[in-house]
Design a protein around this ligand. Structure first.
Ligand code: GSH
Length: 306
């Protein structure tokens, strides 16, 4: 039986997607272990655990590894259902809103942040992210697009402002996953661009909403090293249970060997044998020379299985 202190988050403090998970830890009052990873590759103690998945964050519970914030949040909601991130039966729309907050909204946020940082973005970071994207991480182009990105950022945040009208404290009334996802973008600009206040000062409901979310904190955090996390993964046995999806539209079943890819430019595929699957998740088993047997869990939206 696992407890909340078995939860390890591989992350780095300035990572906006990691902030989503830290906020969920705060809201659900979870105790967790923070494993700080470098902002750029290589990550030699993490790759044996993930099989090569290189986005941040990654959650580890023993020898089960959860890649992508969607599947991390789904697992946390299952293990710690109270308080829920899906109040009032809102079990679908908050996920769908993630496709706005994490993609077009986040793209304008990232371009605004890096375009504004300009020459301060380190060369090794540019090289690393160019490799990840399979295309130049073009800070000069982002700098040239700052006026457009300001407009895009403001228009997106203005939707938050509009939704908070009439004294609504959170986007759906009660706090939900929709707030977690939208908040990431505002948090990220605040961390990097003090001048974002020029835009946000005209959006007072959003600023008050940010403070309400900050007040949840990050749960109870303690630190472990990447070497310790790898050792935990190596010693543990995966807990994922065999489970078929009778309605799988492609007839996939436990035991099938598949490759899982994320649908972004980054093309690493992670190969293994299906352990369990459903409309919203797939877990595959693989063996690693260093980590031994691991089960890696992915969401379905944003990932392809071949
Ligand atoms: N869809 C992913 C996106 C995560 C993401 O893009 N994270 C950024 C950092 S905040 C990243 O992976 N950057 C490259 C890296 O850390 O190697 C998720 O929801 O977890």
């Amino acid at each position: 039986m696992s407890s909340s202190s078995d939860i390890i988050l591989h992350h780095f403090d300035p990572s906006p997607f990691s902030e989503k998970i830290r906020v969920v830890f705060g809201f659900k009052k979870i105790a967790w272990k923070s494993c700080l990873i470098s902002r750029i590759m290589p990550r030699p103690d993490l790759m044996p655990l993930t099989g090569g998945y290189r986005r941040t964050p990654v959650m580890q519970i023993g020898a089960d590894i959860f890649c992508d914030t969607q599947i991390i949040i789904r697992e946390l909601e299952t293990r710690f259902p109270d308080p829920t991130l899906f109040p009032g039966g809102n079990a679908g729309m908050p996920w769908a809103l993630g496709m706005w907050t994490d993609r077009p909204f986040f793209q304008s946020t990232v371009n605004l942040v890096f375009g504004s940082l300009g020459d301060k973005v380190p060369q090794d970071f540019i090289e690393d992210r160019s490799k990840l994207r399979g295309a130049k991480f073009d800070v000069a182009a982002m700098t040239a697009a700052i006026p457009q990105m300001r407009d895009q950022f403001r228009a997106n945040v203005d939707w938050i402002e509009a939704q908070l009208a009439g004294g609504r404290p959170f986007l759906l009334g009660e706090f939900s996953l929709a707030d977690v996802n939208a908040y990431m973008n505002v948090w990220y600009t605040r961390q990097n661009l003090p001048e974002i206040e020029d835009i946000l000062q005209h959006l007072p409901r959003t600023s008050a909403w940010e403070k309400r979310i900050q007040a949840f904190g990050h749960g109870t955090r303690s630190e472990i090293s990447t070497a310790e996390a790898l050792q935990i993964g190596t010693r543990a046995t995966p807990q994922a249970k065999l489970s078929a999806d009778p309605n799988d539209p492609n007839g996939r079943k436990p035991g099938d060997v598949v490759s899982v890819h994320s649908d972004d430019a980054w093309q690493t595929d992670i190969r293994g044998e299906i352990v369990s699957l459903s409309a919203q998740h797939i877990a595959i088993r693989r063996r690693d020379d260093r980590a031994g047997e691991m089960v890696i869990h992915f969401p379905r939206v944003g990932f392809t299985v071949t």
